[in-house]
Design a protein around this ligand. Sequence first.
Ligand code: EPZ
Length: 421
Amino acid sequence: MDYLQINGGRKLSGSVTISGAKNAALPIIAATILSDKEVTLTNMPNVVDIRTLLKLLTMLGGTVAHENTVAHINNGTITSTKAVYEIVSQMRASILVLGPLLARFGECEVSLPGGCAIGQRPIDLHLKALESMGAKIEIKGGYVHAMAPNGLKGAKIIFDKITVGGTENIVMAAALAKGTTTIVNAAKEPEVVQLCEMIADAGVKIEGIGTNELSIEGTDGKPLSFKTVDIIPDRIEAGTYLCAGAITNSSITLNKVDHGHIRASIDKLESMGCTFDLKEDSITIYPAKELKPVNLITIEYPGFPTDMQAQFMAVAVMAEGESLIEERLFENRFMHVSELNRLGADIWLKGSTAAVKGVEKLYGADVMATDLRASSALVLAALVAEGTTNVRRIYHLDRGYDDLEGKLAALGADIVRKSGK
Ligand code: EPZ
C-alpha cells in the first residue's frame, strides 16, 4: 500500500494549477445518463472517484473513452440499470445514478451505499423525493429498487435538510419528468449550479439556479442532448493549497481558480492574518506575520465548507492562541484530531466542537489517513512538522486530490510517494 513520506520545514514558492472539481464532475458524469448521444466532458480531474464512476457507466453498457482530462461518454448503449455493490461500496457518490437511471429507463436497482467514515450519511431524502415524483421504491437485499413504469411526474419537494447529492439526484430526475418539479430548500453549491447549467443548456427550463428554490420543467421522457461541459475548478483543492501557503508561511499562487467559490476560505485565512492578491482566475496568498487563531462553523454554501474543516484545523494548530472549530454537517468528521495530536497538536473534542490550542512545533510521526479531507490535513501538518512524517492509507487522498504530492513537490515540498506498508 502506498504512503507519503514528508520531511517538514521547507518553505513553498511558485505556482500550482488547480484541477477540475471532483464533486462537480461526479454528478455531471451521472447526468450523461439523461442523454442517448455522445457527451464530452473536459477539465476532468485525474482522481480515482472519477474513474470509479466511469467504470460504473461501462458496467451499465455505456461507452466511455477517457484520457487525461477529457472523457467522451455515450450512454445510448446502456443495457443494464443495475448499479452493483462492488462499485457503490467503493464510492457513495454512485448513488447519483439513481435519479437519471430511473428517469430515463423507468426502473433501476442501485446498491445502498452503506457505512462511511465521516457520518451515517443516509439517502432517505433522495428516496422520499423520488417517491413524491411517483416512484415506487423498495429496499431488498441491500439494493434500492426503484420503479416508475409510466415515467416520473413533477412534484413539489421540500427537503427537510439541505442536501447536495439529494438536490442533484432530483434535478436530474426532474429533467426527464412530466411537468414541473419545484425543489424547496435546495442546495446551491457551485457544483449543483454547474449541473443545473448543463441541463439548462440542453434545453430544460430551470428557474432559480444558484438559489435555494429550483423549478425544473421536465421533457416527459425525451432524452437530452448535451453540449460539451468544462468542469469548474475544484474549490476544495484550491482551499487546501491556500492552507498549504498559510501553514508553511509561504507565498504561493494558484492558477485556474474561481475566487467567488472560495470566498469563505479566503475570509477565514484573512482573519488569521494572511493577505491575498486576486487576479482574474488566479490568486496569490501572502503569509501572516503572526498566524492568529480562527473560529469557524461548517455550514452549507456559501458558508464555510465541511470539506475544508480538517485542513483549517491543521492550520489552526500552528496559530498563536486557541481556535474553535464546530462541525455541523457530519457527526463523525473529526477522525483527523487524534492523528494531528500524534504529531504534537493540542486539540480537544467536545461534541461537535474542537478546541485547538496553537503549539510552537509539530514533530514528524507515522499517521494514518481516515478519509479524503482528513488525509490532506495530515499532509499539511507534515509540511511543517520537524523530521519525517509518513502518511499512510493514502488511497483516501487518491480518491479526490489530483497528484497532490507532485503539485506540492513542484512548490518545493520534500514529499515522495513510497510503496510498502
Ligand atoms: C456532498 O456529499 C459532497 N460529495 C461531500 O464531499 C460534502 O462533504 C457534502 O456534499 C457536504 O457539502 C459530493 O459532492 C460527491 P449532503 P453529500 O447530502 O451530497 C444529511 C468530499 O470530501 N443527509 O449534502 O452526500 C447528511 O447525512 C465529500 O469531497 C440526510 O440526512 O452530502 C449530511 O449530514 C465528502 N439524508 C447532510 O445531510 C439524505 O438523504 C448533508 O449531506 C441526504 C443527506
